[in-house]
Design a protein around this ligand. Structure first.
Ligand code: 1WB
Ligand code: MN
Length: 345
């Protein structure tokens, strides 16, 4: 058995009743977003019979004080880094989204200040209004003392490579606060063949969506303009670490023939300089070993993905991972403390 070890889980989903209710309204409304399958199951409570509804994630999302803390205690999990679960506020109109993001941030800050060694949190913002978002981002870090940001991938089909989002990226970089890009269902432009066999969500579509998002950012040259911007991606890097050799080679070729903008660094250099990944939802020792070798031990963080993944196997996975104890300390807490500004014990 491993000795005493601080365990900080870094992609732990959470919500508030007001956001859940607003997502219930979207679920009953006319949206044709691929997220609707998820919303109908989780947030339209008249619809609890099948699909997502049968799994009832909502109780777990709305809870911190009861079952969540009890299980954390039982398993020796010190801390959850909470984030407003997908799709966050990104399906709402700009005003609703901005107001709900601020409300969620206030509630999150209350939870974290009540139990500063048990909960930390990633703040939400509404990309629909980039300048207003930047102000909320500053409030969330400077006043509410939250630990970074959550973005649930696309916003109305648009991605962070779009210059309209520069105020958001400038705020994150200036505040030295990492943006965690979490999945939501693929945008309308990407969703076609993902609509069958449950491929819309965590099995495949989520990774395709976030992978597409971060390749757009790297290839657009976002990290030349914002060299200190740090992005976190979950699910063992959404397959990007495994693809990176080919992404790098083919991007360089595309730059050579004028099909992609010139960048100062290679795609692989951006991955190593500007990204960290977490292990959320991927309890595969081979993938972990490869990711550590690819990105470096300082760039991989432990996460559970509660309540979508159970806590216990995630702890067993990391307790028994084929790494040294010094490495396990980094994976379990040291890297999270550094990236998300969580006070060491
Ligand atoms: C699931 C997974 C659903 C995740 C989610 O809804 C999120 C799922 C927002 O397993 O059904 C996730 O974060 O991996
Ligand atoms: Mn998740």
């Amino acid at each position: 058995m491993i000795g005493k070890m601080r365990r900080i889980a870094t992609e732990e989903a959470w919500s508030i009743p007001e956001v859940a209710a607003a997502l219930g309204d979207v679920a009953r409304g006319p949206s044709s977003s691929l997220d609707k399958l998820l919303l109908t199951g989780i947030y339209d409570t008249s619809n609890r019979q099948s699909g997502y509804g049968a799994l009832n994630f909502l109780d777990g999302l709305l809870d911190t004080e009861n079952r969540r803390l009890r299980e954390m205690d039982e398993l020796g999990i010190d801390m959850h880094l909470l984030s407003l679960t997908a799709p966050g506020v990104q399906m709402f109109d700009a005003d609703t989204a901005s107001e709900l993001a601020a409300l969620a941030n206030d509630r999150m800050a209350e939870i974290c200040s009540k139990r500063p060694t048990r909960f930390a949190g990633l703040a939400s913002f509404a990309p629909q209004s980039p300048k207003r978002a930047a102000k909320e981002m500053e409030r969330a870090i400077r006043t509410l003392k939250l630990n970074g940001f959550i973005l649930n991938s696309h916003t109305y089909g648009e991605y962070l490579d779009d210059p309209k989002y520069w105020p958001v990226l400038e705020a994150a970089e200036g505040l030295d606060a990492c943006i965690y890009i979490h999945p939501r269902a693929a945008s309308d432009g990407l969703k076609g063949p993902l609509q069958d066999y449950a491929m819309d969500s965590a099995m495949w579509g989520y990774g395709v969506e976030v992978g597409t998002h971060v390749v757009r950012m790297m290839a657009a040259g976002v990290f030349d303009r914002f060299p200190k911007l740090r992005i976190c991606i979950g699910h063992m890097g959404e397959a990007i670490p495994f693809w990176i050799w080919r992404i790098t080679f083919m991007n360089s070729r595309a730059q050579g023939i004028g099909r992609a903008p010139k960048t100062r660094l290679s795609m692989e250099e951006y991955l190593r300089r500007n990204f960290v990944i977490t292990t959320s939802g991927v309890e595969d020792p081979l993938a972990l070993d490869y990711s550590i070798k690819r990105l470096g031990i300082d760039n991989v963080l432990w996460a559970i993905d509660y309540p979508y993944q159970p806590m216990k196997p995630a702890v067993q996975f990391m307790d028994s991972a084929p790494v040294t104890d010094a490495q396990r300390h980094k994976l379990y807490h040291g890297n999270a403390e550094r990236i998300f500004h969580i006070a060491p014990l």
